[in-house]
Design a protein around this ligand. Structure first.
Ligand SMILES: NC(=O)c1ccc[n+]([C@@H]2O[C@H](COP(=O)([O-])OP(=O)(O)OC[C@H]3O[C@@H](n4cnc5c(N)ncnc54)[C@H](OP(=O)(O)O)[C@@H]3O)[C@@H](O)[C@H]2O)c1
Length: 344
């Protein structure tokens, strides 16, 4: 099956011949760095919107905004070819009332402001890719959620009621994009799984560190599914969606083979050459999440999400299988650590 996905790989051609101006609100973070670097190297003009005037992103020009209202930044959207909105308070934090409110407000406010700028533009961009999340789907062990038949979460039996809050944030985030009329701009909601990339600060960094410390055993039984996407496939999928004018609406950005956390961590340990993986019970996960200032939902919710529309549109994943992706990520992480220690 994996070979099938690979053999159907098609090229994505947005090379320098088709240089675009692409505006990326919230492009200073983990995914923004990946996208700006790749799009900038491909010859595109990349403009990142940031609330921090001093922020610098390789491959991009930075323009200030406040993450919500109007302002001079809207002139960057007018006449741009594309907007990829990534802005939102990180979900990797304790789910306090205040943090949850910020997660919701930052997403809805920024999507609404981007939509208003596009709607008011004299020369609106052709496409608006709006970040969303694979967490919108229900906690599921036995069925894979694609865009057509997938079950949206909230109120599933047997899971903590507060997990519904992340689903609610995701729904309202997508609603904010849907609500804006943009007759000349195609809208896509990127229902993205955990993007696995080397380097500090992302989910791979945390999981790889756990594996290296010998703690990478199954968490709370390990039956829960992990949906993931390799960083290069994430960038390639975004490039694909920028140019595929026939695709709009919700699109899952996830590798075709999600797998239970137990198998996911075993493959990561193997890639890292670590033999021991102590299991973490549910309460240890709670404690670990508290210490790491994150929430256990990130590891305990079963996210079984598949890329029905990308595969249907002929997108080929370079790294559809986790063991292969994990080997690549470990090798690149190690090379990065050697390079940074040589640089001092
Ligand atoms: N990383 C993943 O695996 C993953 C998977 C699925 C979905 N997502 C979603 O994709 C988006 C980007 O992910 P990421 O990993 O790059 O996140 P990130 O590193 O936290 O970056 C998000 C950016 O959003 C901006 N931001 C933070 N708080 C904000 C607020 N209150 N109002 C407006 N902007 C705010 C920040 O830019 P400034 O401080 O420069 O303004 C920040 O650099 C997030 O919404 C995330 O939830 C990520």
């Amino acid at each position: 099956m994996a070979a099938g996905h690979r053999s159907r790989k098609i090229g994505v051609s947005i090379g320098s011949g088709d240089a675009m101006k692409i505006v990326i609100p919230g492009g200073t973070g983990h995914l923004g760095g990946l996208l700006s670097g790749a799009l900038g190297s491909a010859g595109h003009e990349v403009v990142v919107l940031s609330r921090r005037a001093e922020a610098r992103v390789p491959g991009a020009r930075t323009v200030p905004w406040d993450g919500g209202g109007g302002g001079a930044w809207t002139a960057e959207v007018d006449g741009a070819d594309a907007v990829v909105n990534l802005a939102g308070r990180s979900v990797n934090c304790r789910y306090t009332e205040d943090n949850l409110r910020q997660m919701m407000d930052s997403r809805v406010r920024s999507a609404t402001a981007v939509g208003a700028a596009i709607a008011a533009a004299a020369r609106p961009p052709k496409v608006w890719l709006q970040m969303s999340t694979a967490t919108i789907y229900a906690h599921s062990f036995d069925r894979a959620n694609d865009e057509e038949t997938g079950v949206i979460g909230g109120g599933e039996p047997g899971v903590p009621a507060y997990w519904g809050l992340s689903v609610d944030i995701a729904r309202q985030w997508e609603d904010a994009q849907r609500a804006v009329e943009t007759p000349d701009t195609r809208k896509v909601a990127l229902r993205t799984a955990m993007v696995m990339a080397p380097g500090r600060g992302g989910p791979f960094d945390t999981l790889w560190r756990l594996a290296r410390w010998g703690l990478g055993g199954p968490v709370a039984g390990g039956r829960q599914y992990m949906s993931w996407i390799h960083d290069r496939d994430f960038v390639r999928a975004v490039e694909f969606l920028l140019v595929r004018e026939d695709l709009s609406g919700a699109v899952n950005l996830a590798a075709p083979h999600p797998l239970p956390l137990r198998a996911f961590m075993a493959a990561l340990r193997e890639a890292a050459g670590v033999r021991v993986g102590l299991p973490a019970t549910r309460w240890m996960a709670e404690l670990g999440a508290f210490v790491a200032r994150s929430d256990t939902e990130l590891l305990l919710k079963s996210r079984r999400v598949v890329p029905g529309r990308l595969l249907g549109a002929g997108f080929g994943f370079e790294r559809p299988d986790w063991p292969d992706a994990a080997r690549d990520l470990v090798a690149r992480s190690r090379a990065g650590r050697v390079t940074s220690s040589i640089r001092g």
